[in-house]
Write a protein that binds this ligand. Structure first.
Ligand SMILES: Nc1ncnc2c1ncn2[C@@H]1O[C@H](COP(=O)(O)OP(=O)(O)OP(=O)(O)O)[C@@H](O)[C@H]1O
Ligand SMILES: [Mg+2]
Length: 453
């Protein structure tokens, strides 16, 4: 926590001296002013954490001073102190943004100290909150000026203010989650929660309790009641990520929740109403899944009132330079490195690659570049170093050798696409995990380590 500095403003010298002494004893730094005019000068030129402001003073009074302080530093907490306060002045002060009103004489002084401590704590929390929100917004910024990105932004702008359910489709790493967050942030629910649940990552027998919650004793292990994600998202937005991987049984329950707008915890006797906007996302072709009998058609229609498709990076290559520079700036800052630049040839090399893992793969590649390259300029050679070592299939050699080479490059690109998720890669290649592990060993493929920074 930064050092807290309190400014005490009063035209009564005795009060200034005694309060300054009191706060010094408690470890605060104190400044004093015996007029509102002096106080305004100090607020303007010094880094002050809190002001104690007398209401009745010669010259400018405390209420006018408060108004002016709020105009210069709206976030600075001000506590009014007064010997003869009327309810009216107190109300005016609170309306103008004072955090509290304490009456003189300060007996016991503990009450004043607690008020001061609380106001400082609250202010510190608010400051951190603003900082974190800014950080989050920076991370959630959607970069890209290509035609497909412009279209995507227009679709988001149209969908966001409505309450309609949105289905976001697109390959891995294209930015589906960012799109969902943007819809939430631009909706009337933006002050409500934005909750995400990954339907693929939760074991089948836990997913219902995760989504809908459970009552105490609903099943073995349910020793305390638990709120489900739907309840947590009440008043806000729920993102059902990887909905294409949800099992049929849960799909049926979800359908009922969406139809009735109410959830029933596992083991509960009664459902209760919820107000949640559902956004779903998937990298699967849900229509194909419906044909295969893996996804309910009625659920599909419920969740896809507004479908939004996020195009793969290879269809908007003009965004690559912008994205690359954005990520370079981000990772240089994160790793306390001076800003790197890409040579023209390096940009060309990034643009020549197809990015099967889309923006996430590009982001990971840039992170590795920022950490590994010590020079100011990132060259084409550096770029080739971090791109997957997928050698093209050799034009000579025996059939077996050439098939082996092809297999190797296929496995590598699938791993890149799935962000080195072995289970996903195995599923995509139609082999089991043990088999894929054997193949990795045989081909000498291992996950490129993040170099130590
Ligand atoms: N247009 C963009 N601008 C800036 N960053 C982006 C953009 N698109 C994606 N990213 C970043 O790339 C990463 C992957 O994005 P995100 O998680 O939204 O993808 P996804 O489509 O949900 O992927 P998956 O299908 O694997 O869940 C995130 O770190 C995200 O911040
Ligand atoms: Mg995602």
């Amino acid at each position: 926590m930064r050092r807290q500095r309190i400014l005490v403003v009063d035209d009564d010298r005795d009060i200034l001296v005694s309060l300054a002494g009191l706060f010094k004893d408690k470890g605060y730094e104190t400044l004093t002013a015996s007029s509102a005019e002096d106080a305004l000068g100090i607020v303007d030129t010094h880094d002050v954490s809190l002001v104690l402001l007398d209401v009745v003073m010669e010259g400018m009074d405390g209420i006018e001073a408060l108004r002016r302080i709020k105009a210069i530093k709206p976030d600075l907490p001000v506590i009014m102190i007064s010997g003869a306060a009327t309810i009216d002045t107190a109300v005016t002060a609170i309306k103008l943004g004072a955090v509290d009103f304490v009456e003189k004489p300060f007996a016991p002084v503990d009450r004043l100290l607690i008020t001061v401590e609380n106001a400082l704590k609250m202010n510190e929390l608010q400051r951190k909150n603003v900082e974190l929100l800014g950080e989050l917004q920076k991370r959630r910024r959607m970069i890209g000026e290509s035609e497909p990105m412009r279209r995507l932004r227009a679709e988001i702008a149209k969908a966001a203010p409505t309450n309609a359910r949105v289905l976001i489709t697109g390959e891995n790493g294209t930015g589906k989650e960012l799109v969902a967050a943007a819809i939430h942030e631009n909706s009337s629910r933006c002050r409500g929660p934005f909750i995400k649940v990954n339907c693929a990552a939760i074991p089948k027998d836990l997913i219902e309790s995760e989504l809908f919650g459970h009552e105490k004793g609903a099943f073995t292990g349910a020793s305390t009641p638990k709120e489900g994600k739907f309840e947590l998202a009440d008043g806000g937005t729920l993102l059902l990520d990887e909905i294409g991987d949800m099992n049929l049984e849960t799909q049926a329950k979800l359908l009922r929740v969406l139809e009735e707008q109410e959830v029933e915890r596992v083991g509960a006797k009664h459902p209760h109403k919820i107000d949640v906007r559902v956004i779903s996302s998937t990298n699967k072709d849900l229509l194909a899944e419906i044909r295969k009998g893996n996804f309910r058609e009625d659920l599909y229609f419920r969740i896809s009132v507004i479908p939004i498709h996020v195009p793969p990076l290879r269809e908007r290559k003009e965004d690559i330079p912008l994205l690359a520079r954005h990520f370079i700036a981000m990772f240089c800052e994160e790793n306390n490195r001076s800003l790197r630049e890409l040579t023209e040839a390096a940009i060309q090399a990034l643009m020549a690659y197809d990015w099967p893992g889309n923006v996430r793969e590009l982001k990971n590649a840039i992170e590795r570049l920022v950490i590994m390259v010590d020079r100011d300029k990132i060259s084409e050679h550096d770029v080739h170093e971090v791109l997957p070592q997928s050698q093209p299939v050799p034009s000579h050699g025996t059939l077996t050798e050439r098939i082996e080479a092809y297999e190797r490059s296929l496995i590598l690109s699938t791993l890149q696409e799935t962000n080195w998720n072995i289970a996903k890669a195995a599923a995509r290649l139609g082999v089991d995990r043990a088999n894929l592990h054997r193949k990795l060993r045989r081909h000498g493929i291992s996950r490129p380590d993040r170099p130590a920074s």
